[in-house]
Every structure is written in structure tokens, then in C-alpha cells.
Design a protein around this ligand. Sequence first.
Ligand SMILES: Cc1ncc(COP(=O)(O)O)c(C=O)c1O
Length: 391
Amino acid sequence: MEFKASHRLQSVGEKYLAIQQANINQLKKSGIEVLNLGRGNPDLPTFAPVVEKAKTALDNKVNHGYPPYGGKPALKETIKQFYQREYQVALEEDEITVFSGSAAALTALPMALADPSGVVLTPTPAFFGYHIGITMSGAEEWQMPLLERNDYLPELEKIPQAVRERAQMMFLNYPHNPTGAGATHAFFDKAVQFGLDNHIAIVHDFAYADISFEHQAPSFLQSKRAKETGIEIYTLSKTFNMAGWRSAFAVGNASIIKLLKAYIQNSVGGTFGVVQDASQYALETQIEERKQLRDTYLDRRNTVIQLLKTNQLSVSQSSGTFFVWLKLPEKITDDRRFAKSLLNNAHVAVVPGSAFGDAGQGYLRISLVADTATLASGINQLITYLKQYRE
Ligand SMILES: Cc1ncc(COP(=O)(O)O)c(C=O)c1O
């Protein structure tokens, strides 16, 4: 017997990256080497001291049982200190909850906070996770275009009154996947005011918090009264190369935290104690390792941007994340067709901008999760292919 997906799952659709990966696997099978500049998975290993800490934590029998929902008290205490040390933000215990990776929370939040009659505001282009969560919840998605001329910040004043009245939540994400844009304190102040004026829960996805090149990326919670209207989600996936460990937490408004914790408790459950102990250790230490990782990405970003600019291509400076956002020359009108053709003919994988939403049409996202030599080869192949490509 073969069973069909529910309407809910069908409406989510298949992720672009999964389709592209199948294409890459096919090419590999026929002996073709593909330079994959499309992934969002850190290429470097978790910092060695964190791995060692996990090995010891494995012997602790307490970690063999069900972990406490919402996180161990010791980890929550460390998160408090981490936010104080890094962002000068004071947190209370009921303003913190721990879960297994931020993707789980991004799906849980619309389920916990939005009704099918409600609206969730999302940026476009954006990380796929918001759309998936909203679709699963049955709420309506209202997209806020992020445009180059506005430094990829949404124009909140353009959101119609009728939409504001139905909106229950808003997703934001800076440093931004896929454009690499950063937010300012002034923008977050504006977002807080918008949330307060319209009774909207603001969810700031801070996945690339630590990958910011010119200055430290601002935390949403640094804005006055932010905790009255929103939360911030922090993942250890990118800061500590811990994507496979599934470790993240949310901080901010106590009522949102309570609902998120309740939803996760009833679905995914708690986070493995060993992962929590290793996460606690990572957040307490690893300052130098984090700096080295940032410098590595900076070096890669500079290599890629310089190559593209030398060839007269229009590319955003990318103030953070491990992505570079390249604008395709005007002669190319279909970014998906171009990305597919690039993969099949020049064997370089990148993600077309429109895979992140309509506002991404005409761009490519290039990932910096490969060493400099691989990146340089991939970019050179891309440049050569761009010159000869005809639609
Ligand atoms: C913007 C953004 N948010 C969230 C995630 C998911 O992170 P996690 O590994 O914590 O599920 C990603 C992963 O690529 C991302 O790019």
C-alpha cells in the first residue's frame, strides 16, 4: 500500500534544496564532480573542546533519562550570562526556553501563536522555514519585500491597516539569509514600536548572530521594550559549527516563551542532556574559536566578492552570514533556469534567488561553506559560464 501526504504536507511542497541535491547526486553518479556552493551547512567541524565536553557528558547517567522540558537550569543560567556578556541584555528564567534546533521553533511558533483566520508577516526573500511553519498552521502569509534600495529592510509603514489588524506574528532575520544584509538598532526600535502599536508578536531569527563582519550584529532585545512584544531565536548551528547537534534557544517575552515551550513539549520533546551540557560549555567558552571562524568566513567572502567585482558583476557587500547575494546581468530573466543550466553544464551548484520568494528573482545565493580554493574555482566557472550563457 502506498499512502499519500496530507493536504497540509502537500501544501508545503518540496524544498528547492532537496530537488537540487537529487540533481547533484545524479551528476555524481555519472562520475561528474560538482562544486557545491549552494549549501547552508557549515563545512568545518564543531570546535574540538566542545566535542570533548560532550564525550564526558555521555558518561553522566542523568543524561540517559528524559531531559527537563525547556532546558536544564544550568544551561538557562549560562544563556542568561551569555546574553548579558554579549549584548548587555538582562533575562529572567521564564524568558528563556531551550529546544532541538531553531527549525523546530520556526514551525512551532505559527502553530502556537497564529490562527487560520490570522496573518503572519514574513520577509521575502527569506529562509524557507517561515513559510513551512505558516503553511502547516493554516494561517495566511503576508510577505514584506526586502529590496536592495532599502538595504533589504522591510518598509513597515507600507503594511496596510487591514493586514495589521489581522496580523498575529512577524518573522525577521538579521544578519539575513539569503542577502547577507544586517539590521540597525534604529530598525529594530521601529519594529518594536510596530509590534507594540499593533499587538503583533515579533520573532527575530538570529541564526547568523555571530557571523557579522564590520561590527557585532545587534540583538533585537537590545531595543527598549523589545521584550514586551517579541522574542529572539539563537541557534548554536552556525556560531559553533554545531548544525548536526540540534541545539537552539529562544529568549524574550515570557508569554511567547511559555507558548513556544508548551508546543515543543507536546511535539518534539526535550533536548538530549549531552547536547545541552556541550552547548552550555560552548556558550561559556570558545571566544577565540568563534573569532577565528568569523575571520575564515571574512576571508572567503572577500575572495568571492573580489572575483565577482573584478568581472564587473553586481554583488552586495554581505555584512554578515556565510552567503553572498549576486545580481544576475539583465540579459538573464529566469534565475531558476540559469541555476539549473549552470549545474548541468558547468557543474557548479548555487541557489536561485527566487527559491527564497518572488522578491529574490534575478539573484543567486552563493554559500561560503567551502575552502577558498574551491570557492575560487566555483566562482571562476560561474563567471565563464555567465559570459557564454544565452537564454
Ligand atoms: C535563517 C535561518 N534560520 C534558521 C535556520 C535553521 O537553523 P537550525 O540549525 O537551528 O535549525 C537556518 C539554517 O540554515 C537559517 O538559515
